[in-house]
Design a protein around this ligand. Structure first.
Ligand code: HEC
Ligand code: HEC
Ligand code: HEC
Length: 414
């Protein structure tokens, strides 16, 4: 039985090659590969904090343990310098490394399997012409038996379908381009689709909201809780700029996604937006009506401020008025002014995780890019005060009851 499984799980090695000369690759193919690598977020996962680009070593937290990304620079000893295009293609599409070892699906090959031959070739040309960097792999931190790679063959048998994207003739070419990118290379579902207990995305819950590195990736299907329903032009703008006046800013693990998308052709963003908005479906008239009201108030950027006296005996309201309103009702334009919190998915969304993160940690300044800045309140607010604030924000700006288990979410974030 075990022998039969191991025989099934066994994959052969692909012969090593002499590292190919960079000059052997076509320039325009390399340029195209750079755009594809941006769409695929390769650098976000394959670069450690303060580390060299693509040299790996970034810890990727999963519910099962920590998996480290590998070095995908063309270094012959520690990277993929001796990988032929055949070996690279197999890794991308089947999750098997050059030596024949199964790879963990923390590497989203369950999405990359959809990528076309032409795009794989361009990605290969791009990676093989990067600066080789010597950086040995970091050992994963997984408990037994999850650290036994052959067992991944069983996971694949249950959950992994190998195969290219097949166009849906019921939709136009823009939609199909968007579906090809969003489901494949851009792997939006890796974060936005909930996973089952064995870490596989649930087939029947596409884009139903998932978790990524202790952030929540909100539902972007018919379950979207966005106060103003997304339309294709707003989504395209958000993916291009990382913020939208009626939706706020992209933070947490969504921030590197949009940073990478900055270098992607506009037509690809148009396509992704068209596809994702179609998955969201048409909003109900009730949602549209509420949104129209919000849009009207938001353009004045006053959340219909209540007089200070009415706030006097509500701790949450007092904290909001003292610590938040000066920025969030200032009327300063986005992305540098704070959004009217009635528009914020963090307040209306299905999980409180991101709201708690933003309030505790703020939005820190970064050296290189101009980004919105908000102070963190971790040392200012006690857990009880934070709870009072969240209760107030949720009731006033979303008109919804407080989330279940908020106390636990606060504890986890602390
Ligand atoms: C969500 C994080 C993530 C993203 C995005 C990602 N990777 Fe990876 N990748 C990983 C992890 C983690 C591994 C190691 C898996 C393991 O050790 O089983 C890996 C492994 C690989 C490997 C196998 C290397 C080896 O030495 O075994 C290749 C090739 C690879 N990735 C290429 C890419 C390319 C190309 C892209 C962009 C199109 C990309 N990856 C995007 C996380 C990611
Ligand atoms: C690495 C994980 C990750 C990937 C990949 C990812 N997202 Fe996100 N996304 C998030 C997180 C986390 C948030 C919440 C960010 C926040 O609170 O600002 C988010 C927020 C969003 C939002 C805003 C939701 C709302 O209602 O306001 C949209 C729209 C979105 N993502 C679309 C996409 C699309 C389209 C893709 C693929 C091109 C994608 N995301 C890929 C993690 C991810
Ligand atoms: C110094 C100004 C400032 C203060 C004070 C401040 N914020 Fe912010 N906040 C911002 C800016 C700027 C942003 C980024 C733009 C945006 O998304 O609203 C932001 C973003 C947010 C977001 C994300 C909104 C979204 O969906 O994009 C939330 C939620 C938030 N702030 C809540 C609060 C709360 C609650 C307080 C009080 C405890 C507070 N802020 C205090 C400036 C401020």
């Amino acid at each position: 039985m075990i022998a039969a499984f191991l025989a099934f799980a066994w994959r052969s090695a692909v012969e090593p090659i002499e590292p190919p000369a960079a000059s052997g690759f076509d320039r325009s193919l390399i340029r195209h590969g750079a755009e594809l690598a941006a769409l695929g977020d390769c650098s976000a996962c394959h670069t450690a904090r303060e580390g060299r680009v693509f040299a790996g070593g970034r810890p990727i937290g999963t519910p099962f343990g920590t998996i480290y990304s590998t070095n995908i620079t063309p270094d012959p000893s520690t990277g993929i310098g001796r990988w032929s295009q055949v070996a690279f293609t197999r890794a991308m599409r089947e999750g098997v490394d050059r030596n024949g070892r199964h790879l963990y699906p923390a590497f989203p090959y369950d999405h990359f399997t959809l990528i076309s031959d032409a795009d794989i070739k361009a990605l290969y040309a791009y990676l093989m012409t990067r600066q080789p960097i010597q950086a040995p792999a970091h050992a994963n931190e997984l408990p037994f038996p999850l650290n036994v790679r052959p067992l991944l063959a069983g996971w694949k048998l249950l959950f992994f379908r190998e195969g290219r994207y097949r166009a849906d003739s019921g939709h136009d070419s823009t939609w199909n381009r968007g579906a090809y990118l969003a489901a494949g290379l851009a792997h939006c579902g890796a974060c936005h689709t909930p996973r089952n207990r064995l870490g596989a995305e649930k087939d029947n819950r596409l884009f139903g909201g998932g978790d990524s590195e202790n952030w929540h990736a909100y539902a972007i299907n018919t379950e979207s809780q966005s106060p103003v329903p997304w339309d294709a032009s707003a989504l395209q703008f958000y993916l291009r700029n990382g913020w939208h006046a009626l939706h706020g800013v992209a933070r947490g693990p969504m921030a590197p996604v949009v940073e990478n998308l900055a270098g992607v052709p506009e037509t690809d963003l148009v396509a992704i937006a068209a596809y994702v908005v179609s998955v969201m479906g048409n909003p109900t008239p009730a949602r549209l009506q509420r949104a129209a009201g919000l849009t009207a108030t938001a353009s004045r950027n006053t959340a219909g401020s209540s007089p200070q006296s009415a706030l006097a005996n509500d701790v949450g309201a007092t904290i909001y008025a003292a610590a938040c309103a000066s920025c969030h009702e200032s009327g300063q334009p986005l992305p540098f002014g704070g959004i009217n919190l009635a528009l914020s998915i963090d307040v209306s969304g299905e999980e409180p995780t991101n709201l708690i993160h933003v309030v505790l940690d703020g939005l820190p300044a970064t050296g290189e890019v101009q980004i919105p800045i908000m102070p963190g309140f971790a040392s200012t607010l006690s857990d009880r005060q934070l709870l009072a604030l969240l209760t107030y924000l949720r009731a006033r700006f979303a008109g919804k009851p407080l989330w279940n288990d908020v106390g636990k979410s606060i504890g986890d974030a602390r």
